[in-house]
Write a protein that binds this ligand. Structure first.
Ligand SMILES: [Zn+2]
Length: 212
């Protein structure tokens, strides 16, 4: 289990304007990102934890979850975090025609705009699967794919202490974008231990800058 998967090393060679795999490194910054919310049970305690530590993060939301839990999406923004687009229904993108993929993205753009007032947010494909035609259309539209540099493995069904150990054996670096999820308790359990560690090491936990 390696938090820096080899396929990310390949993506890192692509121009940064195409695929974002790291954030600004100033201030020894670290960018926590949470996919698959907002979740009515798991997102609020995570927001409470971030607030207790004065930490900011970025939430890649699912459009239909925004429609179901709009007040919670609003809370995320009001507490100083930034948002990203993680499709409307979290389908398997590689099974959809390109127009249906874009419909998923644009419906979510509209749902996000109703919360943040911004027309566009960085897009992170479900499960990180990036079909080539979608990537080419993004390049033509000068839209960037929001990837990550560090995988917390919080979806791997291992207990939190084991995952924390793996992360400590593969230390985060300034500018890392950390992939996490807020649709279970595991990220909360991990961060209760990791945030104090990272703060003691001098990291600032920041939200990713908004697109354009
Ligand atoms: Zn996802």
């Amino acid at each position: 289990m390696n938090p820096r998967p080899r396929r990310l090393n390949v993506l890192r060679w692509l121009p940064d304007g195409w695929i974002q795999t790291a954030g600004p490194r100033a201030q020894k910054s670290l960018y926590l990102t949470f996919d698959d919310g907002p979740h009515p049970e798991h997102t609020p305690p995570l927001l409470d934890l971030l607030a207790r530590h004065g930490a900011k993060a970025t939430f890649f939301l699912i459009g239909e979850q925004i429609d179901r839990h709009s007040a919670l999406a609003q809370r995320i923004v009001e507490e100083g975090h930034t948002l990203g687009n993680h499709s409307f229904t979290h389908p398997q993108f590689e099974t959809l025609p390109l127009d249906a993929q874009f419909d998923e993205i644009e419906r979510t753009d509209r749902a996000l705009a109703s919360v943040s007032g911004r027309p566009r947010h960085g897009f992170r494909p479900p499960r990180g699967v990036l079909p080539l035609p979608l990537m080419l259309r993004f390049i033509r539209q000068r839209r960037r794919i929001a990837y990550w540099s560090y995988d917390s493995l919080d979806y791997s069904r291992r207990p939190a202490p084991e995952l924390v150990d793996i992360i400590k054996r593969h230390p985060v670096r300034a500018g890392d974008i950390v992939l996490m999820h807020d649709d279970s308790t595991i990220s909360l359990e991990m961060l209760e231990s990791l945030i104090p560690t990272w703060k003691a090491e001098g990291f600032s936990l920041l939200a990713l800058p908004q697109e354009g």
